[in-house]
Ligand binder design. Structure first.
Ligand SMILES: C[S@@+](CC[C@H](N)C(=O)[O-])C[C@H]1O[C@@H](n2cnc3c(N)ncnc32)[C@H](O)[C@@H]1O
Length: 189
């Protein structure tokens, strides 16, 4: 019998069409694919999430401004109904953008059936923490999720480190190094 993860968080390796950007003065800003392998939207949507998906639970999904539409599409494809923007991360550092220099990333939350039992109602949406390694997300998001919900099985997809109380999976994560998430999900089911 597979584990039903009542809380799942995912930080997908979104494909960016214009991954690199030439800045004023001619320097080139690196993109995601300079740092790790990315996946197509078709492959992300086709991941066999149903093998670990709960009847009742939450999906937290990291996204950037340019990937907002894809994030909503992915949430639907994985079988969750969008609720709101749970967290806004102010990175304290501007990234180049075509319209404005971007300084924020977002964590959307979607629901299936009922949410777990909520223990706190005063968690803050805005997290201000200076960015570190490329694409490394602040632990403050998962600290908040841990405080907020009852103790239910928790899964992090596309993780790059392990975290107590969570099953962490990703090809750069020490406990599952080199693994393909699609294979892991199939075996988990
Ligand atoms: C956006 S990064 C995650 C960053 C992470 N949340 C952090 O805070 O450090 C996406 C990760 O997914 C990994 N990845 C890409 N394709 C994968 C696949 N098919 N299976 C497993 N991991 C994959 C990448 O190598 C990368 O480590």
């Amino acid at each position: 019998m597979s584990v039903e993860y009542s809380i799942i968080i995912a930080d997908p390796p979104w494909p960016y069409t214009s991954d690199r950007m030439v800045l004023q003065g001619g320097t080139v800003a690196e993109g995601a694919s300079d740092h790790y392998s990315t996946m197509s939207m078709a492959d992300l949507c086709a991941l066999p999430i149903s093998h670990v998906r709960p009847r009742n639970g939450l999906l937290y999904l990291w996204t950037t401004g340019p990937k907002m539409a894809e994030a909503l599409e992915l949430m639907r494809a994985w079988g969750y109904k969008y609720s709101t923007i749970a967290y806004v991360w102010d990175k304290g550092h501007s990234n180049p953008g075509y319209y404005t220099c971007s300084v924020t990333e977002f964590v959307l939350v979607g629901k299936r059936g009922k949410a777990p039992r909520r223990l706190l109602t005063n968690e803050r949406q805005l997290i201000s923490e200076r960015r570190r390694r490329h694409s490394q997300k602040p632990e403050a998001v998962q600290d908040s999720i841990d405080r907020m919900w009852e103790d239910v099985p928790r899964l992090e997809l596309f993780a790059r480190r392990d975290r107590p109380g969570w099953t962490c999976v990703g090809n750069e994560c020490p406990s599952t190094e080199g693994i393909d998430i699609a294979d892991w999900l199939r075996k988990a089911g």
